[in-house]
Write a protein that binds this ligand. Structure first.
Ligand code: ADP
Ligand code: ZN
Ligand code: ZN
Length: 738
């Protein structure tokens, strides 16, 4: 057996690995991530490195391959475990080891820690007085200012002294040499959590929460580490429960990773954690600078923090001894990486937990079908919380059949019920949220005479019309063009936007309710930094009373005066050509319902749909997850979709259309011949056949045996002759149709 050993992973560009032979006596102890000593260079000086990969043979010829000298037993295996995790990611999701390493060891550049300099008196008060009088006599004004200040305060900020007091560094070093002062410089790590004071109350756990905590404690005491699935309706007290579990783990001197979707990681959430863990909690998210991120990793290594909160990449925080990984809103799409390697945080978290002997808690009001299925099969321990912790009622829901509305002559995008509802809330000085699962103003623009649809010249998609800018925009590549006055094909004046976007809803509300103060929250209005917070703040201070938005508004925010939620087009997400469409619809509606009536006033949700009998809509309106799951799992089993079956999507892209198509076909044929057990679907043009002038072809391999899929991926990777203008991507159980 041979091992690829990397010598230095601290440098910015990853080192080339070197191949060593594994002597028999070390065979059992060597695996990816093992720290070893190896002879290096001509002189064979012994140095340390990490094993990246193990291979049965090597294609190196002509040079003698040296033996690994020994295995190094490390006290903290932080780095080694992360490398082992990278090896898992590479193996499972298909990428190079290099890419996988860059994913788990993201910050390689050492940022200089911030320095804090202070000036301190280094002599007795008498000596200081003498120096002061002397300076006065000699009319050394700057020195006088400094010494006078030091007579009052023993320690001064360096920047204050050189800035406001105008003392030169020459003067300072002179004083230091004569033993009057001492200049002290300390490194400190930036701490991004700036929370002044929290007025959060300590909460006494209710019986359900206590039951969960006690079971967890017992498992910890018996060194049992499981994956738990906490299924709790919105407001049932999941966050409070997580905190109680985390406290137990921290008490045992182990660290905790808390994953929260970036968009739900609000100041409020942070404050709650800060109340319990103070300076020992930190965050990692995209708003931190590279230096701040680096410092959080350093703080984690040094044992300065116990709890890290962040999106999926927080998994790679270099903690020495992780005891628990919490994944809140575990069903969220954002836990799946959309770039190579396309890993799922849930799967990687379980692997990481295995390496640390840690527990995993997955939490959601609408668990993914995959996770709930595992819980049903006994692989996960299921915890259920089905009541709101504050005792508040769940909002009432009402399904409105939009086909009936149309029959009755209502052509508006709002049903009569929703119109009345909005009027009523405005009159009562309460607030309304209107939710649409689509961004922008119009889906597409077409000509009413010749039917041509305005399309992006670089992508295989239609352009979207944006009211505010008056432009047609491609959501895939960013291409923009001016809205046409006449049809580019036939010259007709009658161009029609398919009006159904958030902008359209806002317009309609303004027209119907001139007294409403509306605001809109979608990808377009939140592009600028800070605009999201501003919109939410205005709404929370009731400067606005109707908030219109996409997915973004249904996540986590707590507005006690919202008593009506309108889901304008509930079936929009059902129309997607995607096996998760039902699941997604159920999640969105359930979350939207969770927004209404969180305070002491009761809430109502109106669900507008053209498919009132669809089970995703019926079950979510009834707030019945279990019923939905039973229907959905049946469908997945019948149709052979995850979790009943695993799917590997293989995508081939190239600027050369012909080449992409031919290669994709050849790869599919290869698998059909080599792995007769696997079901191959396709190949064909991908759902979006072209993005940014790159053609996309895809085929799928389905199997109930996920190992077979990993093998197919390996075989394809080996069989591919990498042509420079072709790229191949693998995606396990893709979240979005490709
Ligand atoms: P979730 O995370 O499930 O949405 P939270 O943990 O945020 O729920 O709790 C929802 C609300 O209920 C919060 O205001 C919280 O302070 C309150 N709460 C949670 N647990 C309790 C409890 N045991 N007693 C009283 N209030 C609670
Ligand atoms: Zn036309
Ligand atoms: Zn485009």
């Amino acid at each position: 057996m041979y091992a690829k050993v990397i010598i230095d992973i601290s440098v910015e560009s990853l080192d080339r690995p070197f191949t060593y032979h594994i002597p028999d006596r070390l065979a059992t102890g060597c695996h990816p991530g093992t720290r070893v000593t190896v002879p290096f260079g001509k002189s064979n000086r012994l140095i340390q490195g990490y094993i990246l990969e193990i291979t049965p043979d090597t294609n190196i010829t002509g040079v003698q391959i040296k033996d690994i000298t020994d295995i190094v037993v490390e006290q903290h295996q932080t780095q080694g475990r992360l490398i082992e995790l990278a090896a898992f990611i590479k193996e499972q999701y298909g990428s190079t080891m290099n890419t996988a390493l860059k994913t788990v060891l993201p910050i390689k550049k050492a940022y200089k820690p911030k320095e804090k300099k202070t000036i301190k008196t280094a002599c007795s008060r008498d000596v200081l007085m003498d120096a002061y009088s002397q300076a006065v006599r000699k009319k050394q004004v700057a020195k006088v200012r400094l010494l006078k200040e030091l007579l009052e305060e023993e320690v001064l900020d360096h920047s204050l002294v050189t800035g406001k007091l105008g003392v030169s560094s020459a003067t300072l070093s002179g004083l230091e040499r004569s033993g009057i002062i001492k200049i002290i410089s300390e490194n400190y790590f930036r701490n991004p959590v700036v929370i002044s004071k929290s007025n959060e109350q300590d909460i006494e756990l209710n019986d359900t929460q206590l039951g969960i905590l006690n079971e967890f404690k017992e498992d910890l005491d018996n060194d049992i580490h499981k994956t738990y699935l906490l299924h709790g309706i919105t407001g049932s007290g999941k966050t409070v429960t997580y905190i109680s579990l985390i406290k137990e783990v921290v008490k045992r001197k182990r660290q905790v990773v808390v994953l929260i979707p970036e968009i739900a990681l609000t100041y409020q959430t942070l404050k709650r954690f800060y109340h319990y863990f103070g300076e020992r909690v930190s965050v990692l998210n995209s708003s931190l600078s590279a230096g701040e991120k680096y410092d959080q990793c350093e703080r984690a290594k040094k044992g300065e923090i116990d709890v890290i909160i962040g999106p999926r990449s927080a998994l790679f925080t270099p903690f020495p001894d992780i005891g628990l990984i919490v994944i809140d809103e575990e069903h969220e799409n954002s836990y799946k990486s959309e770039s190579m390697p396309r890993y799922h945080a849930r799967e990687v978290a379980k692997k990481l937990a295995g390496l640390h002997n840690a527990s995993v808690v997955l939490g959601s009001a609408t668990p993914s079908i995959e996770s709930y299925h595992k819980a049903m099969q006994g692989e996960y321990r299921l915890w259920t919380m089905d009541k709101r912790a504050t005792g508040a009622e769940l909002s009432k829901t009402r399904i409105v059949d939009m086909r009936e509305e149309l029959k009755e002559g209502n052509k508006s995008i709002f049903s009569n019920a929703l119109k009345q509802g909005i009027r009523d809330r405005l009159d009562k000085n309460e607030q309304v949220m209107l939710f649409l699962n689509r961004r922008g103003y119009a889906g597409f623009v077409s000509c009413r005479s010749c039917g041509v649809v305005m399309r992006c010249p670089h992508c295989d998609v239609s352009l979207s019309e944006h009211l505010s800018t008056g432009k047609l925009v491609c959501h895939y590549c960013g291409y923009e063009e001016k809205r046409h006055k006449i049809c580019p094909k036939c010259g007709s004046k009658y161009l029609l936007g398919f009006k159904a976007g958030t902008e359209q809803i806002e317009e309609e509300v303004k027209k119907l309710f001139p007294d409403a103060n509306t605001s809109r929250l979608d990808a377009d209005t939140t592009r600028q930094k800070g605009s999201l917070e501003k919109i939410l703040e205005d709404f929370s201070e009731k400067k606005t009373n109707v908030l219109i938005g996409t997915q973004m508004i249904v996540k986590g925010h707590d507005f006690p005066d919202v008593t009506l939620v309108g889901i304008v087009a509930a079936d929009m997400s059902l129309a997607l050509n995607d096996y998760r469409a039902g699941e997604r619809t159920f999640q969105l509606i359930t979350q939207a319902c969770g927004r209404a009536g969180r305070g002491d006033k009761s809430g109502e949700t109106i669900i507008q749909t053209y498919q009132p009998d669809n089970y995703a809509i019926v079950c979510s309106a009834a707030q019945d997850y279990k019923a939905f799951y039973e229907e959905e799992i049946l469908y997945r089993q019948l149709a052979g979709y995850p979790p009943a079956c695993d799917i590997l999507a293989v995508m081939v892209t190239s600027p050369d259309k012909n080449l992409a198509g031919k290669t994709c076909e050849a790869m599919a044929d290869y698998i059909i011949k080599k792995e007769p057990e696997a079901a191959v679907i396709g190949p064909g043009k991908a759902g979006i056949g072209k993005i940014n002038d790159i053609y996309r072809f895809v085929f799928y391999i389905k199997s109930s045996d996920s190992k077979l899929l990993v093998r197919c991926k390996d075989e394809l990777e080996e069989g591919i002759n990498p042509l420079s203008n072709i790229q191949v991507f693998f995606d396990f159980n893709p979240m979005n149709p490709v």
